[in-house]
Design a protein. Structure first.
Length: 203
């Protein structure tokens, strides 16, 4: 009976670790590769879990294997990580012929507008901007999320006279160099590619 219980706990520990790894793969990173973070944090989690498992076994004076107690701590760590890192997934639809930087401006509206216009502009509401989300980027009815290498956060300051700024999230859609739209934000505002009436103004 004890052997079956330990086996179940160990299996659940392995499954929890897999769940944690999967969640880390879904988490967009700014600088380091997701695989570096997966290997680093998995190693730390396993080592700490075995140390804590060993201590708990000694405290309880149990005859169970150390790996069983370690699996308990792995389950606790990975499930906690999954719950805290879970974010809603939103679909971002990019125009079929668009190549370049996509900008999601923080809006003053309730609800997101992730249908990107021909200039690479979309709008994100305050709650989604603050809480974060898992993007699913669609182009030509194909999921290109894995092609997106980096997500950034930025702000565009207006003139000194107005003294406020617009915040945004951005990522780049790869393609032919000659097709890339390189217009900056001030140019996009001038040609009314960005609807400033919809933007949240940070003073």
């Amino acid at each position: 009976m004890k052997s079956k219980s330990q086996l179940i706990i160990i299996v659940l520990g392995v499954l929890s670790l897999c769940l944690g790894v999967w969640q880390m793969m879904q988490t967009a990173t700014m600088i380091l590769s997701p695989w570096f973070l997966i290997l680093f944090y998995s190693f730390i989690t396993i080592c700490v879990s075995f140390v804590l498992g060993y201590l708990l076994k000694k405290i309880l004076k149990s005859t169970w294997y150390n790996v069983t107690f370690a699996s308990m701590f792995i389950m606790l760590a990975c499930i906690t990580f999954y719950v805290t890192q879970y974010k809603s997934t939103y679909e971002i639809v990019v125009p079929n012929n668009y190549t370049g930087e996509v900008k999601l401006f923080l809006s003053n509206e309730d609800g997101n507008d992730f249908i990107i216009n021909q200039y690479g502009i979309g709008y994100i509401d305050e709650n989604t901007f603050k809480d974060g989300f898992n993007p699913k980027v669609i182009k030509k009815n194909v999921d290109i999320t894995k092609q997106i290498k980096q997500y950034n956060r930025g702000a565009f300051a207006t003139t000194q006279k107005s003294k406020y700024s617009y915040e945004y999230l951005s990522f780049s859609v790869s393609g032919k160099v000659e097709d890339i739209d390189e217009r900056d934000i001030s140019e996009l505002i001038k040609i009314k590619a960005v609807d400033t009436n919809r933007l949240y103004r940070k003073h």
